[in-house]
Design a protein around this ligand. Sequence first.
Ligand SMILES: O=C(O)CCC(=O)C(=O)O
Ligand SMILES: [Fe+2]
Length: 232
Amino acid sequence: MSLLSASNESLRPLHPAGEGTADRLRAEGYAPLPGLLTAAGLSVLRDEAARLQRAARRRDFAMDCMDGSPRHMTTLGGHVIAELSALVPELYADEELLALLSGLIGEKALPVPDPVERHVLNILHRQGDTHGAHTDDYPFALVIFLEAPASPEEGGLLEYVPEAASLRDLTAGPARTAHHHAGDAYLLRSDTTAHRVTPLARTGARRTVLNFAYTTSAAAPRTTPSAHRLYA
Ligand SMILES: O=C(O)CCC(=O)C(=O)O
Ligand SMILES: [Fe+2]
């Protein structure tokens, strides 16, 4: 079944990346892509994530290489997703999606070599669940929301500081925050933007995202142990 070919039913036509989105990515390290998924795309991916979640693993630890920031979440790495899902790898490599991302980045968005980091599933589902402060190994992350807390008061906000000198920048001053709805996505300059997901504040709230990592031909390879600790 190909939902994700040229007549893509899962992604909206390319215009949701409105005017100014590329500028915002460059200036702020973050660009929202509200309603990137169609209703059909959201429904299919949500069912896929619910199926994949059965293979996912609970993680509760401090990430040493990221200033000991907390991980309280359930995750599934890209290597397992590739074994269990046709849909997610297809969407990751979808030409329409790559064209959209390349347009925003200003160069060709390329799949990353590491099968573990390429496309991952992150699920926050208990009160207090959080994906603590870090930067990513690869320069760009497309985060697609399949479930999200209804309001910012329920937590699960993205907090970010572009061009961060250190992860401490997230707490040293006011960080930027963003709330998203299911079906939304955002693109992050994820290697130089310090970022974290604030703790879920309410029992029963859920936040499920797919994170797709991309690189460019100019990007210097940089790897930390963090992805393998969280996903392998
Ligand atoms: O869930 C998010 O909004 C961020 C995910 C993230 O930073 C990551 O998976 O590296
Ligand atoms: Fe990240």
